[in-house]
Design a protein around this ligand. Structure first.
Ligand SMILES: [Zn+2]
Length: 241
């Protein structure tokens, strides 16, 4: 699979779905803990997933604390990653765990995917999650994961520019921008192509505003999508993007 098309899947696949239509799977029970990190553990039903579990534990060791540091919020409890093959998306963050599908498409980018989820994990219950539009939180997770892991950064930029240019060409850019208002439940019902466009828009806006300015705004109180567009100097029909 070409990396560009993989990125589209990645962009559409990682999301905070604790309140979305995806319900949490059963906790892996027979495998128990199959890999341990300083900040958490990785569970699986199947010991053949040991290499994926060890890799996930290494990603925890390497990026879990960094994600918290960049976000400015740290969750006290250790993280638990459940390896769930054929999970409908590559990863999801729930209240008590992160579910990760150790598929051949995902494994080469496990650091990026899991770091994106670590940002969700640490943001859970904080002003970042409460005060920023869910779409912007997705862009924030994408940007922090790309910066910390130094992974997919160019592809993220290229893919984002292409998707937004295509949406503009189709005359749908203002429609995509109007989705900024959606809550996380509604976001989970978007089609794949709409989700791709939303992620592209969110990353573009986060990049224009800057991670620090966005986090600072979240500390001050609720940030509306209109304020996000103002901060990014982008109009409702996409002028400025
Ligand atoms: Zn996400």
């Amino acid at each position: 699979m070409r990396l560009a098309s993989l990125l589209l899947i990645l962009a559409a696949s990682s999301c905070a779905s604790s309140v979305g239509p995806r319900s949490i799977p059963e906790r892996p029970s027979c495998g128990e803990v199959i890999a341990i990190s300083g900040h958490g553990r990785v569970l699986s039903q199947d010991f053949s997933q040991l290499p994926a579990a060890v890799n996930a534990a290494l990603v925890i060791d390497r990026y879990y604390a960094l994600a918290a540091q960049r976000l400015g919020h740290t969750r006290d409890e250790d993280v638990e990653i459940w390896l769930v093959p054929a999970w409908p998306v590559l990863a999801s963050t729930f209240e008590n765990c992160i579910v990760f599908d150790p598929s051949p498409e995902a494994m080469p980018h496990a650091d990026w995917i899991l770091t994106h989820e670590f940002v969700h994990w640490h943001a859970s219950g904080t002003v970042v999650q409460r005060n920023l539009p869910p779409t912007i939180v997705e862009g924030l997770c994408d940007r922090i994961a790309a910066d910390l892991t130094q992974s997919l950064r160019e592809h993220l930029r290229d893919t984002q520019s292409r998707l937004l240019a295509e949406a503009r060409e189709r005359g749908e850019l203002s429609h995509v921008i109007s989705h900024l208002d959606l809550d996380s439940r509604d976001l989970a019902w978007l089609s794949h192509s709409e989700t791709h466009d939303m992620h592209a828009l969110a990353i573009a806006l986060v990049d224009r505003i800057g991670v620090d300015a966005l986090l600072e705004a979240a500390e001050q109180g609720p940030v509306s999508s209109e304020t996000i567009l103002d901060m990014a100097d982008v109009s409702a029909d996409g002028e400025g993007l």
